[in-house]
Design a protein around this ligand. Sequence first.
Ligand code: 5RP
Length: 429
Amino acid sequence: MATPTLQVALDLLEIDRAVEIAEEAVRGGADWIEAGTPLIKSEGMQAVRTLRKAFPGHEIVADMKVADTGAVEVEMAAKSGAGIVCILADADDTVIAEAVRSARKYGVRIMADLINVQDPVSRSRELEALGVDYINAHVGIDQQMIGGSSLDLLRRLAGEVSIPIAVAGGLDAETASEAVAAGALIVIVGGNIVKAADVTGAARRVREAIDRPEIRPREEESPDATIRRLLEAVSAPNVTDAMHRKGAMTGIVSICGRVKAVGRAVTVRTIAGDWAKPVEAINAAVPGDVLVISNDGGTHIAPWGELATHSARNRGIVGIVIDGAVRDVDDIREMGFPVFARGTAPNAGEPKGFGEINTEILCCGQEVRPGDWIVADESGVVVIPRERAYEIARRAMEVKKTEERIREEIRRGKTLSEVTELLKWEKRH
Ligand SMILES: O=C(CO)[C@H](O)[C@H](O)COP(=O)(O)O
């Protein structure tokens, strides 16, 4: 069996960082170096030229995702030093044919990216007939966030074409190994190498895994369990970043300091000083839920205290969020239970029974529906609409991973604005 090729995809915006990361990835065993589409869009063909110069002994892949003007775009990449140029498999046959003619003229190869192709098997056969050199079974980053799997796509292609098959899309050491076992000859890894603090270590793990391909039995996980696992691993700031800075409640703080709550919302609407519905809602919850109480934002009278907290904890509720006040703060702090509130007040009011359980509510400026996901930590409380929970959990994990590499570069001595090239990316008016 041929040794599989490891291609590291530099999906970054800054060429200097890309070169540094590529050097580390090569030390870990990367063979081919890809100028990722974002890097090419940010830096232009200069990205390809710089990589060509920095890595004279390595194949440079230009992920142009060519959709039109096949000849000229392949020529640009070839003249800048790419040995392989990526085009969109979905492009019209005229574009593919022109790209192939140009590739033959300039001595480079063409990789066709199957991203978003409706019938990948028959399109791959057509591409082979058109002279494409490699097929890339690729599920894009946005598609991965809603559960798209490049391994599933790859398995559909196995044995259908005779040109080499590459695979890309969210691969890590384990899935890369499975991909080779399923027939991939080129394994393309982006985020799970380039976002790691230890890029060399991450590349080495993938290298070792693809050199010993195997299919490991995978434990099935329910969608809710996946969402919870991911959200428990990220912070409330990671989540709001993933939601384009949306979803955060305002004017609410953690009563117990460094605690965290992740769960589906059981919602309660009541009036200030009426603690009947909040306490009744404990019975409506299942283990793992978070109670979210809209209490008219009143901070002079508390609908929640230590006995309710005690009862909620017994029920398996993992957190309380109150658009209002809480009391018995000393006892709750001793319990270390995640309670988030606008403020504190010693008086409790009366159990009158106004309001409703599990209807849409407005809590600290955010709409919350029953079953929406809540992530609350010392930075604040964020609401994730239930229908986007899987996607946002995946995206929040990507935010966290991106920060790992930035943190590492700051640790090595760069300032944050240097790492992110802040001045360059200020919005132009
Ligand atoms: O082409 C790409 C995105 O369009 C990426 O380079 C490719 O998906 C590999 O990156 P990752 O491993 O992060 O998915």
